[in-house]
Design a protein around this ligand. Structure first.
Ligand SMILES: *Cc1c(COP(=O)(O)O)cnc(C)c1O
Length: 399
């Protein structure tokens, strides 16, 4: 029988669970886009979006998913033929750098594998060897959502600055903003991109690009700039519509306003980070227990390199796919597929999966998800260690 009827929980790493309050805030008649309340609301969004990233710099909002902001980052700063350094720790910088190649950029992709963070020694070597300062930008993710690795952006930035290399540091925080600590100013990040549909708990469709003065200067020389993605009108609009280079995404903005109220005004950003840290520890504890004497493994060994928003794991194929199907159809929890760890046509593909713990999630959702996985392992007779739900609840009880 199925026990899946009831409120469904989409525990995939984006889009994340949207609070009812965000959805309700969007449920209203279209506002006047020429004057009045909408303009005031938008003026207030920018400082709050900056607070989420601990930034005092400029930012632009695009009507786009994450891929759109990738294109905005590249086209606003670079020229055809420019060389860039791409630091891959999973899949997402690979996708981003494929886009860069299609734009005519010369990409030096360094791949650190699918279960480790960026090795700073290698980065330092690369930068010191680049005597002519050919690299114009360095691409990296804070969290790679495929591998669930979290890179230490503060140390990477320090490493880059210690070499005196002027390349722009561009960080993809799509999966980590408002989940893991991020400090745009403190860490001297030049450009950061994020989206609405993960930590910010709003439907997919808004992309954010944060950038400092060095980026604005690079924009002066960049020959890839296009009218729609150009950051200039968006930060110095003469008329309101230039913020969005067209009609404002009114209802997404209503939703985002409510999400920011919840994150910043009610819970508080530091507490949001602490909640994600604690919930992820509960998830890891459960996996460690399941892994005793079985094939179940967390993808990232070192807890310091693990994301607080998503966890990638594996077990003998085809157990992971069977488990995902069971949790979705029998218990109302959809888990994430394994991404980029094996080709879908390869039988080992069915041994990878991911669980999300990002955005609007709390202790009961996380414990519930873990208990459902535990029930699925038992129902499907997938070998696993015992004590997972107890280990997770122990972590939560110490919160
Ligand atoms: C989700 C995600 C993206 C892509 O976002 P889309 O909205 O799907 O374009 C990019 N980078 C990372 C790290 C992500 O998690």
């Amino acid at each position: 029988m199925s026990l899946g009827h009831g409120r469904h929980y989409l525990a995939i790493p984006g889009p994340s669970v949207m609070p009812d309050r965000v959805l309700q805030a969007m449920h209203q008649a279209a506002p006047n886009i020429y004057e009045g309340a909408l303009h005031e609301m938008v003026d207030g969004l920018f400082p709050d979006l900056n607070r989420v990233a601990k930034s005092s710099e400029k930012m632009a909002i695009y009507i786009a998913n994450g891929h759109g902001t990738w294109e905005a980052a590249l086209t606003n700063t670079l020229s055809r033929g420019d060389r860039i350094l791409a630091l891959a720790t999973g899949r997402f910088v690979v996708f981003w750098s494929n886009m860069a190649e299609r734009l005519g950029l010369d990409v030096d992709l360094v791949d650190f594998g699918k279960s480790a963070s960026v090795d700073l020694n290698q980065v330092e070597e690369k930068l010191r060897a680049d005597k002519d300062r050919n690299y114009k930008a360095i691409l990296v993710t804070q969290t790679d959502t495929a591998s669930s690795v979290r890179n230490d952006i503060a140390s990477l930035s320090e490493c880059i600055h210690s070499t005196g290399h002027p390349a722009l540091l561009m960080v993809d925080c799509m999966a980590s903003l408002a989940c893991d600590p991020f400090e745009m100013d403190e860490w001297k990040v030049d450009l950061m991109v994020a989206g609405s549909q993960k930590g910010l708990m709003t439907p997919p469709g808004l992309g954010f690009m944060y950038f400092n003065q060095r980026v604005i200067e690079a924009r002066e020389k960049a020959d890839l700039v296009t009218p729609y993605w150009d950051l200039l009108p968006r930060i110095n609009p003469e008329v309101f519509y230039e913020y969005f280079y067209g009609t404002a995404p009114t209802h997404h903005l209503f939703g985002l306003r409510e999400a920011l109220n919840m994150l910043l005004l009610e819970e508080g950003l530091e507490q949001v980070w602490a909640r994600h840290a604690k919930l992820s520890q509960a998830v890891w504890a459960a996996f460690e227990a399941w892994g005793k004497g079985s094939s179940i493994r967390l993808n990232i060994r070192d807890p310091k390199q693990r994301s607080h928003s998503v966890t990638a794991a594996s077990m003998d194929a085809p157990y992971a796919t069977e488990l995902r199907r069971w949790t979705e159809h029998k218990a109302g929890v959809t888990l994430g597929i394994g991404l980029g760890m094996a080709d879908p046509s390869d039988p080992t593909y069915h041994g990878f999966f991911r669980v999300a713990h990002m955005g609007h999630v709390n202790a009961h959702m996380t414990l519930g998800m873990l208990a459902v996985i535990d029930a699925g392992l038992k129902a499907l007779k997938i070998p696993h260690g015992e004590g997972a739900t107890e280990a997770a609840s122990q972590i939560i009880s110490l919160a």
